[in-house]
Design a protein around this ligand. Structure first.
Ligand SMILES: Cc1ncc(COP(=O)(O)O)c(C=O)c1O
Length: 411
C-alpha cells in the first residue's frame, strides 16, 4: 500500500479555503495555514483512479445510491466499530453540518433548547441559533490537562423538566426548563480531541433516555483515533440508546474528501427517520453527487490500510508536536487529543487572549490557526491548530512559533 504523507502538494490556486482564503481570513497570505479542518494529504490512489475512470465516461446525469454503496458503509462500521447497521437506517446529507441543521428543524420547534458540551465546533451554535432554538451549554471541565464531562451539571440541566410536575417553579420557568429536546454530541470531540469512553457514553445515554432527549451524535472524526483510544458509536451501546440516536458519519475528514459533500446519517428509529427524510425531501437535498457517492464507496470498501497508515503518520506528528511544546515552548500547553488531527492549545501563559492572541499567531508567528473564542466564551486563551499535514510543514510552523514566543518574552 503506497501512501506518501510526506509529499508536499501545492493547493494554492485550487480554490482551497485553507490556502486561497488565507488573505481574506487573516489579512495576509504569507502564513502557514493550519486552520480549517481538512488535511494536506492526497487521498488514497484507488479513490483518485476511480474518479478518473468515471470522469472518462463523460456522462454525469442523475444517479442513485446503489446497494453496494450501502453495503460498503455497513461493512466499514461493522468491521471497525462492531455495530450492526441495517441498510434502511442509512439516509443521506450532503454534509454533516446540513444534517445537524435538518435534525434541529425535524426534531424540535422554534424556542426549544438543545444541549451540548462546550467549547465546541462553531456550527453547533449557528445551526441551533439560526433556526431560532437556544443552545444550552454543558461546559466541559479540565482535569489533569484532559477535558471531562460535567455530569452533575448535565444531570441538573436535563432533569429540571422533571421538577415541572413536582416543584413550585413558576409557570414561566416550567415552560422554559421543560424544553430541552436534543443533545448534540461530538465524538471524537472538536476541539478538545476527547474520544468519549464507554462509561461516559453510557451515562449520557442513560440521562437522555430518562429525560426523553434525542441524541444527535456528530461522529465525523470517528476514524481518526490514536492507538490507546477507541471510538464507540453511542448508538451501539444498547437497543434503547440506538432507538433515540441519530449518528452522523462521513469519509470526508478521514480520506480528505470534504469537497465532495457526501455523508451518511444513520437513524434506526423509523419515526425519527421519517421526520428527517421529510425535511431532506422538502429541501430537495437527497440527490447527492456522482463523485461523492463513488468515492465514499471506494473509500469504505478499500480504504482500511490507507487509514491505518494515515493514523500512524498523524500519531508521529502528534508526538512531535507534544515533545516540541514540552521542550521548546513550555508556555503553550497542548491538550493531547485522543482523536482528530486538531490540537487545542492552551496559551494562557502567554498573557494574550482573544484577538490579541490571534494577532500574535498571524502577524508574529505567521501561522493561521482557529481562534479559541469561536468555540465558546471560555476559550479566549486557546487556539486550535491542524496537524493534518506533512511533518515538514508542522516543523516549520512550530519553529516559527518558537521564535515568535521567544521574541514576545524579550519584548
Ligand atoms: C465536528 C465536525 N462536524 C462537522 C464538520 C463539517 O462537516 P461537513 O463538511 O460534512 O458539513 C466538521 C468540520 O470541521 C467538524 O469538525
Amino acid at each position: 500500500m503506497f501512501c506518501n504523507f510526506d509529499e508536499i502538494v501545492n493547493r494554492k490556486g485550487t480554490d482551497s479555503f485553507k490556502w486561497d482564503k488565507a488573505k481574506d481570513r487573516f489579512g495576509r497570505d504569507d502564513i502557514i495555514p493550519m486552520w480549517i479542518a481538512d488535511t494536506e494529504f492526497r487521498t488514497d490512489q484507488r479513490i483518485i483512479d476511480a474518479i478518473k475512470t468515471r470522469a472518462e465516461h463523460g456522462v454525469f446525469g442523475y444517479t442513485f445510491r446503489s446497494k453496494s454503496y450501502y453495503d460498503s458503509i455497513i461493512k466499514w462500521i461493522k468491521n471497525r466499530y462492531k455495530w450492526d447497521v441495517k441498510n434502511e437506517w442509512i439516509t443521506f446529507s450532503p454534509g454533516i453540518v446540513p444534517a445537524l441543521s435538518m435534525c434541529v428543524t425535524s426534531f424540535s420547534h422554534p424556542g426549544d433548547k438543545i444541549i451540548t458540551q462546550t467549547p465546541v465546533y462553531p456550527p453547533f451554535y449557528s445551526v441551533v441559533e439560526h433556526n431560532g432554538r437556544k443552545l444550552i451549554k454543558n461546559k466541559l471541565k479540565i482535569i489533569n490537562n484532559r477535558y471531562v464531562i460535567d455530569f452533575e451539571d448535565l444531570n441538573k440541566k436535563m432533569r429540571i423538566k422533571n421538577t415541572y410536575f413536582t416543584s413550585k417553579l413558576n409557570d414561566l420557568e416550567c415552560k422554559f426548563d421543560s424544553s430541552i429536546k436534543m443533545l448534540f454530541l461530538c465524538n471524537p470531540h472538536n476541539p478538545t480531541g476527547r474520544v468519549w469512553t464507554r462509561e461516559e457514553l453510557l451515562k449520557i445515554g442513560e440521562i437522555c433516555l430518562e429525560n426523553n432527549i434525542i441524541i444527535v451524535s456528530d461522529d465525523i472524526h470517528s476514524d481518526i483515533v490514536y492507538k490507546d483510544y477507541k471510538y464507540i458509536p453511542i448508538a451501539s451501546l444498547s437497543k434503547e440508546i440506538e432507538n433515540i440516536t441519530v449518528t452522523c458519519i462521513s469519509p470526508g475528514k478521514t480520506f480528505n474528501l470534504t469537497g465532495l459533500a457526501t455523508s451518511s446519517i444513520i437513524i434506526p428509529n423509523e419515526k425519527l427517520r421519517e421526520k428527517f427524510n421529510r425535511t431532506l425531501d422538502t429541501l430537495e437535498l437527497d440527490g447527492g453527487n456522482v463523485f461523492g457517492t463513488l468515492t465514499a464507496e471506494i473509500a469504505y470498501t478499500y480504504g482500511e490500510k490507507w487509514v491505518d497508515n494515515l493514523l500512524q503518520y498523524l500519531e508521529q506528528n502528534l508526538n512531535y508536536l507534544i515533545n516540541f511544546f514540552n521542550n521548546n515552548i513550555p508556555d503553550i500547553k497542548p491538550i493531547k487529543p485522543e482523536g482528530t488531527y486538531l490540537v487545542w492549545l492552551d496559551c494562557s501563559k502567554l498573557g494574550l487572549k482573544g484577538t490579541e492572541l490571534m494577532d500574535f499567531f498571524v502577524n508574529e508567528a505567521k501561522i493561521g490557526v482557529n481562534p479559541g473564542f469561536t468555540f465558546g466564551v471560555d476559550a479566549e486563551n486557546f487556539v486550535r491548530i491542524n496537524i493534518g499535514c506533512s511533518i515538514k510543514q508542522l516543523e516549520k510552523a512550530l519553529l516559527s512559533l518558537e521564535t515568535a514566543v521567544k521574541k514576545l518574552k524579550v519584548d
